[in-house]
Design a protein around this ligand. Structure first.
Ligand code: F6P
Length: 609
């Protein structure tokens, strides 16, 4: 550890034994890494270096330089910065018709230089390369992170653990195409011989939010919606019986296909919903109907079989795809292809791949996901703005913020660095958002005059719908976009007491009507919204979130924080089962605290009444 400059709590040892080499056959020089008393993890030498690089990121001179630079930035105001046309030009970036305008960020050329130095110190380039090379960058689960392989063209080669994964990806994609073509054409029929026109996709978290986001975007695209004519796609995520009733309301069993989507096939909510819907199907159509009416998407084909779904009707993915990064796997591709046809959804993959390539190859100064990530780190960690508002000025992206909320907050909501040491700063950000202009009439008051919340405005040049009222010059879409432009400037420039006085605003109202301005935002403009550009948006955000995690030196690809609640829920479930079968209340000796015992008993009594 001394040679590698590591803390003395670590020891590193080259793996020599044949047993270890069999366990980790992908790299002959794999290094076993352990903290004293902790489990041994397998890391390639490159990964050891990367971990080392990020151990002390907040102790580096590059970090300190940015902390010092905050004082400089505090002396500036966006109102003045925006007067410099040259500065605005250098902060205006374009890639394949995506425009990202960073001029309303509280940054100067010096800030960008310092952020780039920090990214280099954090070995951002090496970490991006390690991700694309299939290194086990998810160190706590000893897994590669290769969702980018899900959208790679057939001709690409991407290796994980010694195997090119691209042929496997395409084998499943071909199976999805074949199956969805059969269902859509009526070649695959239900148990009573009727075509399956309705699909219910059961899944939660990453097995739900991404597909819902894409579906919501595509349903407004004219080409996609023509392909979906006569078809219905619904999602069932919550275990709430109200959500089950909503998802099944009005559907007929004989025309319904159920897709159970779960990476692990153990998620309590999904499995209970799957059993409930299976009963709904079989009560009407008999047990044999499962073969025609239920299919699965999972990495756990053993459990799929045990559930009663024929593995031939299962669509696999792999443990190198994180749940929240799985929309480009069968998780999203199957339900979306059933609804819109494979050709449309393939365009979505192409859009994501397009941005992946830009991310992988562009220099940092022109790399939009890298710049987005750097600004995220700057705003959150150095300027202390803990939230991010994602504000699409298109109703079609109304489910973008909920999806990104999971991708970002489950990825970067961490308190320790890669080596397990406590972070000396806050990583992660609180993401939320609503489409404009609805959000303006809801929470924008706080954004303008309350807390500072960095915003990301997303606008579309050409609407999917052209609504023109005769005699109106400014269309509905123009009106929407007027707000897109206005809000970013209102936040940046604000309104001063002097301006208010000039407008004869009474003195008593001046403090109330003053807008301090200097509130950062990014404006992203896309030519139109279609399957391809939706894929681009997805990859922009996924890669931006990875950049933030890489700079912060955390593991953005595990999610241990969701475990404790699940464990406690099982304990409550077991107790509830006992109380109900023995018709008794929870007793103070059952291991729950006083408050929970009391609440549980109120709940159990309420049900009995
Ligand atoms: O919320 C925790 C989580 O594990 C997510 O990461 C995941 O997307 C979701 O649950 C669903 O998991 P699964 O696809 O295994 O059912």
């Amino acid at each position: 550890s001394a040679r590698l400059g590591l803390p003395s709590t670590h020891f590193y040892q080259t793996v020599k034994s044949s047993t270890e080499q069999r366990r980790f056959p992908y790299k002959r020089t794999t290094v076993a890494v352990a903290q004293r008393g902790g489990p041994v993890r397998a890391l390639s030498p490159a990964m050891v270096e990367l971990e080392t690089a990020s151990l002390q990121i907040s102790q580096t001179p590059e970090w300190k330089a940015l902390e010092d630079h905050v004082t400089e930035i505090e002396k500036t105001h966006l109102r003045d910065l925006l007067r410099d046309g040259h500065r605005s030009d250098t902060l205006f970036h374009e890639f394949n018709k995506i425009i990202a305008d960073f001029s309303r960020q509280r940054v100067t050329s010096r800030t960008l230089e310092l952020l780039t130095n920090l990214a280099e110190r954090a070995k951002l380039r090496e970490k991006i390369d390690a991700m694309f090379a299939g290194e086990h960058i998810n160190t706590t689960e000893d897994r590669a992170v290769l969702h980018v392989a899900l959208r790679a063209p057939r001709t690409k080669k991407i290796v994980a653990d010694g195997t090119d994964v691209v042929p496997d990806v395409w084998q499943v994609l071909d199976k999805i195409k074949d199956f969805s073509d059969k269902v859509r054409s009526g070649e695959w029929l239900g148990a009573t011989g009727k075509p399956l026109t309705d699909v219910v996709a059961i899944g939660i978290g990453g097995s739900f939010l991404g597909p819902l986001f894409v579906h919501t975007a595509l349903r407004t695209d004219q080409t996609a919606s023509e392909q979906a004519r006569g078809r219905n796609l619904r999602f069932l995520a919550n275990v709430d019986p109200v959500d089950v009733a909503r998802a099944l309301n009005g559907l007929k069993q004989e025309t319904t296909l159920v897709v159970v989507v779960s990476k692990t096939f153990t998620t309590a909510e999904t499995m209970l919903n799957a059993r409930t819907v299976r009963t709904w199907l079989t009560t009407e159509l008999g047990p044999k109907a499962v073969a025609k009416h239920m299919v699965a998407v999972s990495t756990n084909l053993k459990l799929v079989k045990e559930f009663g779904i024929d593995p031939n009707n299962a669509f696999a993915f792999w443990d190198w795809v994180g749940g929240r990064y799985s929309v480009c796997s069968a998780v999203g591709m199957l339900p979306l292809s059933l609804q819109y046809g494979f050709d449309i959804t393939e365009k979505f993959l192409e859009g994501a791949h397009d941005v992946d390539e830009h991310f992988r190859t562009a220099p940092f100064e022109d790399n939009i996901p890298v710049l987005l990530g750097m600004m995220g780190v700057w705003n959150t960690t150095f300027l202390g703005y803990s939230s991010l508002a994602i504000l699409p000025y298109t109703q079609a992206l109304s489910k973008l913020a909920p999806h990104i909320q999971q991708v970002s907050m489950e990825s970067n909501g961490k308190g320790v660095a890669l080596d397990g040491s406590k972070l000396s700063f806050e990583a992660g950000e609180i993401d939320f958002g609503e489409p404009g202009t609805n959000g303006q009439h809801s929470f924008y008051q706080l954004i303008h005059q309350g807390r500072v919340v960095p915003c990301e405005f997303i606008g579309i040049v050409k609407s999917q719908q052209s609504v023109y009222l005769k005699g109106e010059v400014v269309s509905n879409h123009d009106e929407l976009m007027c707000n897109f432009f206005a809000q970013a400037d209102a936040l940046a420039t604000g309104k001063t007491p002097i301006e208010l006085r000039a407008q004869n605003v009474p003195d008593s109202l001046i403090p109330h009507k003053t807008f301090t301005g200097n509130r950062p935002s990014i404006s992203i403009l896309l030519p139109e919204l279609n399957a391809f550009t939706v894929g681009q948006i997805l990859a922009l955000y996924e890669n931006r979130i990875a950049v933030q995690g890489f700079i912060w030196g955390i593991n953005s690809f595990d999610q241990w924080g969701v475990e404790l609640g699940k464990v406690l829920a099982s304990k409550v479930r077991a107790e509830m089962h006992t109380c109900r079968t023995k018709d008794r209340n929870v007793s103070p000796t059952d291991g729950f605290n006083h408050s929970t015992t009391k609440l549980l008993n109120r709940y159990l009594e309420g049900k009995a009444r």
